[in-house]
Design a protein around this ligand. Structure first.
Ligand code: PGA
Length: 251
């Protein structure tokens, strides 16, 4: 049995007061004995999370980090810094990083390797655009995104790495993939891992992301290969996110 994991990706949203309110509600409402919950705030707020989430069982991390340990990389954050503030997770290769900040499969794989070497858990995002889906290349695109990591790090990467399948056309659009559509790609992803190591494939958690809402979460999380969710917009609404965590617990 894979334990469900639900993650909040706040992107570039929130302020001290809003974050305080959200965290209070999360600590109160999320049953961390039953599921894993993780919050990805804008990096400046990580210290606030460290304080507010202490002892709650809710984990946190950053939405991006550099692979180098230190140096002349203006504007970037290193993994030792991230670690010093108690982060356990690093989001890697989110489609917004890939699209808006030109992160390609090779850079994403380098970051996954660096995050693992730092003793942190990468949450690797994969997913196709609408154009790619309509052209029938979803499996090819997602397969290549996985292959980049498999080639660079090996299947052992997925002993710790969490995968988030996020169809780009479903992110922030209100268009959730249907449970069947999502399950199909999740099964494909697990199959790709199983080709290299069946036991690791069985243990690896594959989350769904893309307009997950409380109303859609339960059915998505009941699919055999969906192990939770990576939630953007709905994670900025305390009741919605707590309800999504509850759906994960009940699925
Ligand atoms: P969304 O974002 O839930 O707002 O679609 C998900 C994500 O980008 O991780």
């Amino acid at each position: 049995m894979r334990r469900k994991l639900v993650a909040a990706n706040w992107k570039m949203n929130g302020d001290k007061a809003t974050i305080d309110g959200l965290l209070g509600a999360f600590v109160q409402g999320i049953d961390t004995a039953a599921i894993d919950a993780v919050v990805f705030p804008p990096a400046l707020y990580v210290a606030q999370l460290a304080e507010k989430l202490a002892g709650s069982g809710i984990g946190y991390g950053v939405q991006n980090a550099h692979y180098a340990e230190k140096g002349a990389y203006t504007g970037e954050l290193s993994l030792p810094m991230v670690k010093e503030f108690g982060c356990e997770y690093v989001l890697v290769g989110h489609s917004e990083r890939r699209e808006l900040f030109a992160e390609d499969d090779a850079l994403v794989a380098t970051k996954v390797e660096a995050v693992l070497n730092a003793g942190l858990t990468p949450m690797l995002c994969v997913g196709e655009t609408l154009e790619q889906r309509e052209a029938g290349t979803t499996e090819q695109v997602v397969g290549n995104q996985l292959k980049a990591v498999l080639d660079k790090v090996g299947i052992q990467a997925f002993e710790r790495t969490v995968i988030a399948y996020e169809p780009v056309w479903a992110i922030g659009t209100g268009k959730t993939a249907s449970p069947d559509q999502a399950q199909e790609v999740h099964a494909f992803i697990r199959g790709q891992l199983a080709n290299a190591d069946a036991a690791i494939a069985q243990k690896c958690r594959v989350l769904y992301g893309g307009s997950v809402k409380a109303a859609s979460a339960h059915e998505l999380f009941q699919q055999p290969d969906i192990d939770g969710g990576l939630v953007g917009g709905a994670s900025l609404l305390a009741d919605e996110f707590v309800a999504i965590c509850q759906a994960a617990k009940e699925a």
